[in-house]
Ligand binder design. Structure first.
Ligand code: HEM
Length: 496
């Protein structure tokens, strides 16, 4: 070995040794060392990051609760909380702010309502959305569009299922629900549907993949450099995955002019654009509007589609429940609307139970402890500590939901759900950061579910749809690991 190379080896070893020393000293002085958790989490967040990029975060954290109890250190500055009192403290109004983690998660060039970390800025932005996303506004301006588009989605599912009559053909409902929710959100935000339901082709095929990539880059920022290089490869799929936000923003930009000219009262995009034009007063410029619109389309599409997918799977796995639900919706008048559906007890219970076990965003919701720290469960958490709750575990707490793993809509029908359980039930998030689209999503869920169980009576799971294929993976949202949920219609109906 030359003198030069031995000097390099010595310098590198010294550097590594010093880095290790810093990690060890920080670990031994970690203010969270009294909180139970795996020893390595004093020093590194690697185990957590690996669980995130492999789609297992909610399972990893859940397994730690089982081993260490309701407060677990999961990274040097992060504690997972599975305790109703802690949940209430974190998500009360005003509660703890969102952590910086969200900014990276969206992959957007600016913060938007979903990712804002400053509560005052967030409250001001959220006020802009309040009216267009209210139930009254949706009922007045959007109900009929949503009704027609959910009906068309089910018509397409049914049409594909009967296309090979008299033999049966397996239809992927997850695909059609994704087309439906993407088209409806495009229609509401931009004034134009993406046309997926008409063509049977996805315009944004790789939206879910884009979420995974953003999630991985958020955990390992060096991947950003790799992404910047790869996006120049002339491969459309790679470009869509890496540039989805830019694609959506550019589509929005080209539509902005026509949307401005259209009926500004009934279009969510133009409502917000009109606010943006007030400039200084709202602090919102055109770029913010475009970013918000693309963010909302992403937030609305997979969430609703995944929830509906799990609903169909859960109901079709239980023929007696399926028959009861089919009978309930069969009694509706042909021109039923959302107001009729709100009165259907079983439909509501099925949706509530689906959201309990398979709401689309049941994983960790990280929040930052305020600057002067917080006392929780006898532990003092210094300001800036990340505290995270997850519905996946709280919704499966046997103290709150007896037989928690059983899909049992009757618990909602018979009023068995206690006030304490209702307090921690949060499929749409909690506190000031709860889901902006809850009214919109709920309307889509009700209308699509009622239409499906009226039109596709007797539907069955295809042999490709199993408990295994439907096992959720968790990349912030959940999704069946097979990324599909195939059903078949009975031959008799297919021939009809
Ligand atoms: C069944 C469907 C849906 C589910 C289960 C769901 C779930 C959630 C959850 C759990 C949160 C809280 C996230 C957090 O605290 O980190 C959230 C926030 C949000 N959701 Fe939804 N969502 C759904 C549909 C929608 C739709 C249709 C929209 C379209 C408007 C939407 C837009 C948003 C936005 C903008 C936020 C951020 C709100 C804020 O921070 O102020 N979601 N959603």
């Amino acid at each position: 070995m030359t003198q030069l190379s031995s000097s390099i080896v010595a310098a590198v070893s010294l550097g590594l040794g010093l880095a290790l020393l810093v990690v060890l000293v920080r670990g031994f002085r970690n203010e969270l060392k009294k909180v139970p958790g795996p020893w390595h989490t004093l020093f590194t967040d690697l185990a957590l990051k690996i669980s995130i990029i492999t789609g297992r975060r909610m399972y990893y954290v859940d397994s730690l609760y089982k081993k260490y109890g309701p407060y677990v250190r999961i990274a040097p500055h992060e504690v997972a909380v599975n305790d109703p009192a802690g949940f209430a403290q974190i998500h009360k109004i005003p509660g703890f702010d969102k952590s910086e983690w969200y900014t990276g998660l969206t992959g957007l060039p600016r913060q938007m309502v979903f990712s804002m970390t400053d509560s005052k800025m967030h409250a001001a932005r959220r006020r802009l959305f309040a009216r267009p996303f209210s139930r009254t506004f949706l009922l007045q301006h959007w109900h009929d569009t949503i009704r027609d588009m959910t009906k068309f989605a089910v018509h397409r599912i049914h049409g594909e299922a009967v296309s090979a009559a008299p033999s049966t053909i397996a239809v992927d409902v997850m695909k059609w629900w994704t087309f439906m929710s993407t088209d409806i959100s495009g229609r509401l935000m931009y004034g134009h549907s993406f046309g997926n339901l008409e063509t049977g082709q996805a315009t944004l095929k790789l939206m879910m993949m884009n979420g995974k990539v953003n999630g991985a880059v958020n955990e390992f920022p060096f991947l950003k450099v790799v992404g910047r290089v790869l996006r120049y490869l002339p491969i459309p799929a790679v470009q869509e995955i890496l540039c989805l936000n830019e694609i959506l923003i550019e589509q929005g930009r080209s539509l902005l002019g026509s949307v401005r000219a259209s009926d500004s009262n009934s279009n969510i995009f133009s409502n917000i654009a009109a606010e943006a034009e007030k400039g200084e007063r709202t602090g919102l410029d055109e770029e913010d509007v475009l970013i918000e619109a693309s963010g909302v389309i992403i937030a609305a599409s997979d969430t609703t589609a995944i929830t509906l997918t799990y609903l169909v799977w859960a109901v079709l796995s239980r023929p007696l429940l399926q028959k009861a639900l089919e009978d309930e919706v069969d009694r509706l008048p042909d021109d039923f609307g959302d107001a009729d559906l709100e009165k259907l007890p079983l439909l509501r219970a099925v949706i509530d139970e689906t959201l309990r076990l398979y709401g689309a965003a049941p994983g960790g919701l990280p929040r930052s402890v305020p600057a002067d720290g917080a006392l929780m469960h006898g532990y003092f958490f210094p300001g800036g500590t990340t505290v995270t709750t997850q519905a996946w575990s709280l919704h499966r707490d046997p103290e709150l939901f007896p037989n928690p793993l059983e899909f049992s809509p009757s618990r909602w029908l018979n009023d068995e759900v206690s006030p304490a359980a209702k307090k921690i039930y949060h499929p749409f998030g909690a506190g000031a950061r709860s889901c902006l689209g809850v009214n919109f999503a709920s309307m889509m869920l009700r209308l699509a579910t009622a239409e499906f169980f009226r039109k596709c009576k007797g539907a069955q799971l295809a042999s490709s749809t199993t408990d295994e294929s439907m096992t959720p993976e968790n990349y912030f949202l959940i999704a069946p690991k097979s990324h599909k949920c195939e059903i078949v219609l009975p031959q008799a109906q297919a021939q009809a």
